[in-house]
Design a binder for this molecule. Structure first.
Ligand code: XIL
Length: 388
């Protein structure tokens, strides 16, 4: 037997090898994650933000934050039908192509937002759909969009905002598609998308479920009814997107109603993604400290409820910095400002302020992601690339 080396000497020798050094680091106190996506990975989730490619091109600070904090991106505008085909047969793929190239260069995934949304359907298509009622127009739009991007996008918001409990037909919005094809259009859209991209994850995305008021309660019920109907009919639906445009003017979150809502979505076998989170302020006069505290508290309260449900697989904010938020543009609700109207105040409802400093909302999101366990869930990346 050769000379035996002592245990201490052996440990010291091993400690000098890189593998051991790595093991020692991970076995020690867990260092704080350095970004929102790193925090999300702790609970087998992802973090992303909505982006506009022209801002990424112009602004290197924004670019750095996006690459640092996100592992998913959502095109805020440029994958919508009116952006891709503003006039019939005239295609404008440039901005979406550039966003996809940016994502690919940095190893980020892209969410396909969105194939069918009344508000982003070009006027020419609305007219044609209502006059001729030919599904072919929708099918061709899907085939072109998913055909071009389906090798890199594995998750699509196939139908956006189908629910309307105030002026709709039994909970479904009376939009162009409902008027042209009846309430079966949601199912037909899912079937169409599945035919084109058999491996993609297909979602329905909607808003207005969070607060303790009769409209939000009715919207939750109507959404669940629609999903139950779709599931019962065998429609190819993998999950839902909950926009989560939080609003401090709407009173307290309905914690109990929301938890039950998340549980029922999970019971239907659906994955859930928080797709468009931001916080609309209702008091712009208080100090920045007070305002930022309120925004962060709202985000924390919502995420603590959402992330206690293991079916929730990712969180996306609608922008990353207050410098570029739809809530501070136009009429503050995604429409052009009425002529002569003053611009809306700068809303502070995103993780970074307008000079790219992280705000309390950033830490609230980070802490909620770290604090939520999703043990037993493996992150299943959608199978992009299988486009028929
Ligand atoms: C908004 C964009 O942020 C705006 O820039 C655009 O003018 C209108 O659309 N729900 C959605 C998003 O699903 O696509 C919307 O995005 C915000 C509300």
């Amino acid at each position: 037997m050769g000379p035996s080396i002592g245990r201490r000497a052996l440990l010291l020798a091993m400690a000098s090898t890189p593998a051991f050094a790595r093991a020692a680091v991970t076995a020690g106190p867990d260092p704080a994650p350095a970004s929102l996506s790193a925090a999300a990975r702790r609970s087998v989730r992802y973090f992303g933000a909505a982006v506009r490619p022209e801002l990424l091109e112009q602004d290197s600070s924004l670019r750095q934050l996006v690459v640092r904090d996100c592992d998913h991106l959502t095109p805020e505008i440029h994958l919508k039908w009116d952006a891709l085909e503003p006039a019939k047969g005239q295609y404008a793929y440039g901005p979406a192509d550039s966003l996809l190239a940016f994502a690919q260069a940095h190893g980020l995934r892209v969410r396909g937002h969105t194939l069918l949304w009344d508000r982003s359907t070009p006027e020419w298509a609305k007219r044609e759909l209502l006059e001729r009622r030919r599904w072919r127009l929708v099918a061709e739009h899907f085939a072109r969009t998913m055909g071009r991007y389906g090798d890199r996008i594995g998750e699509w918001d196939v139908v956006n905002e189908p629910v309307d409990t105030e002026g709709g037909d039994a909970g479904l919005r009376l939009n162009t598609f409902h008027r042209a094809f009846g309430r079966g259009y949601v199912r037909d859209a899912l079937i169409q998308a599945r035919e084109i991209a058999p491996g993609a994850r297909l979602l329905i995305n909607d808003y207005g479920f969070e607060y303790a008021n009769p409209v939000d309660r009715a919207r939750r019920e109507a959404f669940l009814r629609l999903l139950e109907e779709l599931k019962a009919s065998g429609a190819p639906l993998d999950g839902v997107g909950l926009q989560a445009h939080l609003d401090l003017g709407k009173g307290p979150l309905d914690a109990r109603g929301l938890s039950a809502f998340f549980a029922r979505l999970a019971d239907l076998g659906l994955d859930v993604t928080v797709t468009e989170m931001d916080v609309k302020e209702d008091d712009y006069a208080s100090s920045l400290g007070v305002r930022d505290g309120r925004v962060a508290d709202e985000a924390r309260r919502y995420l603590e409820i959402a992330l206690s449900q293991p079916a929730v697989r990712g969180v996306v904010t609608w922008g990353l910095s207050d410098r570029h938020s739809w809530l501070s543009e136009g009429d503050g609700a995604g429409n052009p400002a009425p002529p002569g109207a003053a611009p809306p105040p700068l809303n502070r409802g995103l993780p970074y302020d307008d000079r790219y400093a992280p705000k309390p909302m950033y830490w609230a999101i980070r802490d909620a992601l770290i604090g939520s366990s999703r043990a037993g869930f493996a992150y299943r990346a959608p199978r992009a690339g299988r486009v028929a």
